[in-house]
Write a protein that binds this ligand. Sequence first.
Ligand code: SF4
Ligand code: SF4
Length: 162
Amino acid sequence: MGKKERQCQPCTACCDGWVQMVINGVDVYPGHPCPHSTGSGCDDYENRPEDPCHFFQCGWIIENSPLPEWMQPENAKVIVLFNKFQWRNLPVDLAVPVGKRIPPRALDWMKQFSRENGRPFVYTEQIKEKGIYQKEQQVYGFGPQEFQKELLDRQQAGERLW
Ligand code: SF4
Ligand code: SF4
């Protein structure tokens, strides 16, 4: 559990488009960082929008985060968002890669955490076409078979998952 308060900097993974969002009308997505991201911070931090910047807290920065120190997003190449949605009254976590895909060490940690805590999770992989990241992502589920099947069915039906 987090013993000391963690600091974002020098991480800017969420500002760099690995979490898709809209900042002051500008679409931010993989390959399209927020125009205010310097790569090591925000050049207009005082004026950053309430939503999402003030509210956004990745799973590594939150108080009492269960994520170990090495899972800092820029380091582990993954952003974890806890309790993104519910499935049959279970919290479902979301893990998105900082890069094309989540490296094996971080994904293995998530799987272990999921087994130990009985929390299914969803993880994504970025799709690249002709070397360019797309907005669409490949989505995978980890957890009970019924969970994975439902996820697949919902994806095939073109439903939003969260
Ligand atoms: S991904 Fe997490 S640690 Fe990194 S800048 Fe965003 S909130 Fe901070
Ligand atoms: S405005 Fe600043 S804090 Fe918000 S996404 Fe952009 S760089 Fe990050």
